[in-house]
Design a protein around this ligand. Structure first.
Ligand code: ABU
Length: 375
């Protein structure tokens, strides 16, 4: 695939549906003009313990990190620096006329119990992992790590406010996450059996993280991952109803967990892809322009284990032209500029070690636009 394939987008069906101007929650895709956003917080963040969930999903070489820091608050300096970057992001949104909401700052070092296990952690830094807005519905994910079991509560004050003002709020059933929920045959160092990718969670109960879904209007793509199983995908498909088409896709990430560094829709007919994992796009993209991302500018020291090096792609579109990109990702900024976009650089390196960049740290609550088909 060349750097860009300049294929004209033809025959895209554009439906003339009027947006409800009074909707408090409304977002159909990743690129309509952004009006309101939730920005995560890092205060209270606590490193997940080395438990059955983290053991199953993390490579063996990460064990020392979890054994040393698991269950303890992230170092104060890390929190302060990441928090400063989040504040700059908030200021940027406000300067663009975008309303910003924040979750509650909770102490995630508090130990909690269910009938089957106990845990503590993680954070309210990544609203994208926990919620997805589909039209006027806030879908709350059940998650698949014990350490994230109660994470949604940090957002419930906000969600109640949206609900009281007319939004729908759909909460997926929570798995027990007992020992049977995890596949004890799974070996993170050998994630394939033959050609078939293996996952550390079984299909015993509904599980998904919201960040494994990506929205293109009526079409929503989802991947099975370390935290999203088939029954979780089916739960979403059935609950969001017949006006949406949920397509399951698979790419080459041997340890998939969140699709937002793999394929990144930027505008109708324009998609950014990760060249390491996306060797072939699904047929539905045959008339789309494809921008193959350059390698990350400076692979960060991945000694912090919560993400791959590809956080460079974890960008957030403010509209069909403007896209917020980490400031040091010069090759990506240049590629996007050449492609006709207007990147807005922002320093976000100190947030990276928490496992995400600007897309993960945000949740678009309202974008101006209507539900359309783009394929
Ligand atoms: N939550 C975004 C991280 C995905 C990745 O590890 O590339």
């Amino acid at each position: 695939m060349s750097v860009t394939t300049q294929i004209k987008v033809k025959n895209r069906s554009r439906e003339r549906v009027r947006a409800n101007p009074l909707a408090v929650v409304r977002s159909h895709n990743e690129w309509d003009p952004l009006e309101e956003v939730v920005v995560g917080v890092v205060e209270g963040a606590t490193v997940p313990p080395w438990d059955v969930a983290t053991k199953a999903t993390m490579p063996a070489h990460a064990a020392w990190f979890f054994k040393k820091y698991g269950g303890k608050p992230f170092p104060k300096k890390m929190i302060e620096k990441a928090s400063e970057e989040l504040e700059v992001l908030v200021t940027l949104f406000k300067s663009l006329g975008i309303t910003v909401r924040r979750p509650d700052r909770m102490d995630f070092s508090v130990e909690y119990r269910t009938p089957w296990w106990k845990s503590r952690g993680f954070y309210a830094a990544m609203p994208r992992d926990v919620f997805i807005v589909i039209g006027d519905t806030l879908v709350e994910a059940p998650m698949a790590w014990r350490t994230r079991y109660f994470e949604g509560h940090a957002y419930h004050r906000l969600m109640l406010d949206y609900f009281n003002r007319g939004a729908k709020w759909l909460v997926a059933p929570k798995a027990s996450m007992d020992d049977r929920f995890f596949d004890n045959q799974y070996n993170p160092d050998h994630p394939y059996r033959g050609n078939k990718k293996q996952f550390p969670i079984t299909n015993a109960e509904v599980a998904f993280d919201a960040a494994d879904f990506v929205r293109f209007g009526r079409d929503i793509l989802v991947q099975k991952s370390h935290v999203t199983n088939s029954i979780g995908i089916e739960w979403v498909r059935r609950h969001i109803g017949p006006e949406y088409r949920v397509h399951e896709v698979e790419f080459g990430d041997p340890h998939p967990m969140h699709i937002d560094t793999t394929i990144v829709p930027l505008a109708p007919g324009k998609i950014l892809i990760n060249p390491t994992w996306v060797k072939k796009l699904p047929e539905m993209f045959k008339s789309w322009d494809v921008l193959v991302a350059p390698p990350p500018a400076k692979p960060f020291d991945s000694g912090l284990y919560f993400s791959s090096d590809w956080l460079s792609l974890n960008v957030l579109s403010v509209d069909e032209k403007r896209v917020i990109v980490e400031a040091e990702e010069k090759p990506l900024i240049d590629a996007l500029t050449q492609w006709g976009f207007e990147p807005i650089p922002i320093s976000f390196r100190n947030f990276y070690p928490f496992g995400g960049s600007v897309h993960c740290a945000t949740l678009d609550i309202r974008r101006r636009g209507t539900l359309q088909s783009y394929f």
